[in-house]
Design a protein around this ligand. Structure first.
Ligand code: PCA
Length: 213
């Protein structure tokens, strides 16, 4: 059995729900074959979320860690490739904190790459019948903060474990009158099951998923 830690976030920015947590719960309730999935809900608070994640990783000793977050406006399952060492919040977090231009880890490397086979994950979601792309920025809010904290933790404490971050679109009920893309939680959970299965592949694919801008 491969042990997977799958995190989602509490709602933020005044929303009543966060699809990332809804999806994590659904996947943990019906995990893909061969995987044992532990769901953890993180606070949307700088510092606190990273502490909760560290405690969960140390407590469950996972082989794979995938953190999920909501990306309103994104149309697909977007798999993040790179976490940067910067907190630069456009809006306050759930504790009213709004760090500007501060490192996630003082003295840490500028960036970490996800250690999931990210292109194989993109391909797996597409094979499951859902749109997916590789993303080269997780932003500079709490999602990137958690992603960077995860990769720093794995690099320093659990180098054999794989980790990465996936942004999911808004739920339909969050954008009823906003002309924005959305995906139901059950559909995103179906995509995530395929992604998690691919995350255990020994090597990544070498497909062109780069961007020109
Ligand atoms: N999305 C935010 C933080 C929590 C979430 O679900 C982000 O993309 O940073």
């Amino acid at each position: 059995m491969t042990r997977v830690l799958l995190t989602g976030f509490e709602p933020f920015d005044g929303a009543p729900v966060n699809p990332s947590w809804e999806v994590a719960r659904l996947v943990a309730d019906e995990p893909p074959e061969g995987l044992e999935v532990t769901p953890v809900r993180l606070s949307c608070v700088f510092g606190q979320a990273a502490g909760e994640l560290r405690a969960a990783v140390r407590g469950s000793e996972p082989d794979v860690v995938v953190c999920l977050g909501q990306a309103t406006g994104r149309p697909d399952i977007s798999i993040e490739r790179i976490a940067v060492n910067i907190d630069d919040a456009r809006i306050p977090d759930n504790a009213g904190r709004q760090p500007i231009d501060r490192p996630v880890v003082p003295g840490g490397p500028a960036a970490y790459f996800a250690t999931l086979p990210v292109k194989a994950c993109v391909a797996a979601v597409r094979e499951a019948g859902l749109p997916s792309s590789l993303s080269h920025s997780a932003g500079t809010f709490v999602c990137n903060h958690v992603f960077y904290a995860l990769m720093h933790l794995l690099a320093t404490e659990r180098p054999a474990a794989r980790g990465g971050f996936v942004h999911v679109p808004a739920l339909p009920e969050q954008v009823l009158d906003r002309a924005q893309p959305s995906l139901p939680a059950a559909t995103a959970a179906h995509a995530l099951r395929a992604l998690l299965t691919a995350s255990t592949r020994p090597t990544d694919l070498r497909t062109p998923e780069g961007t020109t801008h």
